[in-house]
Design a protein around this ligand. Structure first.
Ligand code: PEP
Ligand code: MN
Length: 369
């Protein structure tokens, strides 16, 4: 369980926010007054977006890229609010950012993934939020560390923030994947099961990294009963100064929001059906990772096959195989898996590995002939 207390439901945050998923949209970065107002007016015209997001100070992985326009962006944001009636949200990473956001009447503050990863920064920001009644969204840390995410939420909550939500934006992939960040859906699911009242908003843009995957990720978030979506939107993504590949146009956003399917739970017992669906989604995510890992293992196996072929070494190395079985069975036991199950699984994997290496070796031989 978490130590989060008195978490306010989203609908208590602002008047006019109902039970349907909260939609937050806006450009990755504030770039110019024209970009902000044009984008905001088109977004507001859809009638479905409550909060306009933008980055004023951009935490870039490496120096030298666009680092945000700073305070002047807050003036444009104030103008957006005045002209469209949208609520506004910015990322804050320093106490002075909070002061400026308050000065320019920003409605919602969010903590970026890189900041959540640092407890010193989070504590400093939480201390600074004491007495400031603004909702705070906490993005997951870059690395898949649920405790670090919960810790950041708890720090703000202890400082008196009850309008608190988590934002799931995926986790840094250590290998190349089609998505920019791995969703690891089981982590936000676990967070929800540890704190049922905590709203969780999905950020499909930073998970996807490309507009191609945004619909399927958004649908998945809705299927998981997430409480909202934060979607990067720019009136002309082609000229965006950051995250150009993942930003939708307001028209595309409109189409996405119209095509998302809000599923009905099929049994009368809604709690049971929700729990079942969450668990099934965890299984889907774990299976996907398992298959990806197996494919990765087979690639390594083939690499080894190439070496064996060069050095004319036999495919089956009994000693090595015995070691694998003993160590994996031991590991399995500590994790509650039976010896029989682990052995059978390894035998299947080993059979496929030998098959792969045989293919590599016979290919190498025939290319020599
Ligand atoms: C952003 O929302 O533009 C951003 C920088 O996101 P994250 O902190 O999730 O990388
Ligand atoms: Mn971005």
């Amino acid at each position: 369980m978490t130590k989060l207390k008195n978490i306010a439901p989203l609908k208590k945050w602002f008047k006019g926010i109902g039970d349907s998923p909260l939609i937050i949209a806006g450009p990755c970065s504030a770039e110019s007054e024209e970009q902000m107002l044009t984008t905001a007016k088109q977004i507001a015209a859809l009638g479905k977006v409550k909060i306009f997001r933008t980055g004023i100070w951009k935490p870039r992985t490496r120096p030298g890229s666009f680092e945000g326009v700073g305070v002047q962006g807050l003036k444009w944001l104030q103008q957006v609010k005045k002209e469209t009636g949208l609520l506004t949200a910015v990322e804050v990473a320093r106490p002075e950012h909070i002061d400026l956001a308050v000065k320019y009447d920003v409605d919602v503050l969010w903590i970026g993934a890189r900041t959540t990863a640092n407890p010193f920064s989070v504590q400093e920001l939480a201390d600074h939020m004491k007495g400031i009644d603004k909702p705070v969204l906490v993005k997951n840390p870059i690395n898949p560390d649920l405790q670090l995410w919960i810790g950041a939420l708890e720090r703000f909550n202890k400082a008196g923030i009850e309008k608190l939500a988590a934002v799931h934006r995926g986790f840094y992939p250590f290998e190349s994947t089609s998505l920019r960040n791995i969703p690891k859906w089981e982590i936000p699911i676990e967070l929800k099961s540890l704190c049922h009242n905590l709203p969780i908003i999905c950020d499909p843009s930073h998970i996807a990294g490309s507009t191609d995957y945004i619909p399927e990720i958004s649908q998945k978030a809705i299927d998981l009963n997430m409480d909202g979506l934060m979607i990067e939107t720019h009136y002309n993504p082609l000229i965006a100064l950051s995250d150009a590949n993942q930003q939708l146009t307001p028209n595309e956003l409109d189409y996405l929001l119209k095509t998302l399917i809000y599923k009905k739970v099929s049994t009368n017992d809604e709690n049971f059906a929700n729990a079942l669906e969450s668990l099934r989604n965890s299984i889907d995510s774990i299976d996907q990772q398992m298959i990806e890992l197996l494919a990765k293992r087979m690639n390594v196996v083939e690499e080894i096959g190439k070496y064996k072929s060069q050095k004319q070494v036999t495919i089956l190395q009994l000693r090595r195989w015995e070691k694998i079985v003993t160590s994996r069975v031991r590991l399995g036991k500590t994790l509650g898996l039976s010896e029989d199950f682990v052995k059978k699984l390894l035998q299947l994997v080993h059979k496929e590995s030998i098959q792969r290496q045989t293919e590599v070796i016979s290919k190498n031989q025939s290319s020599k002939e």
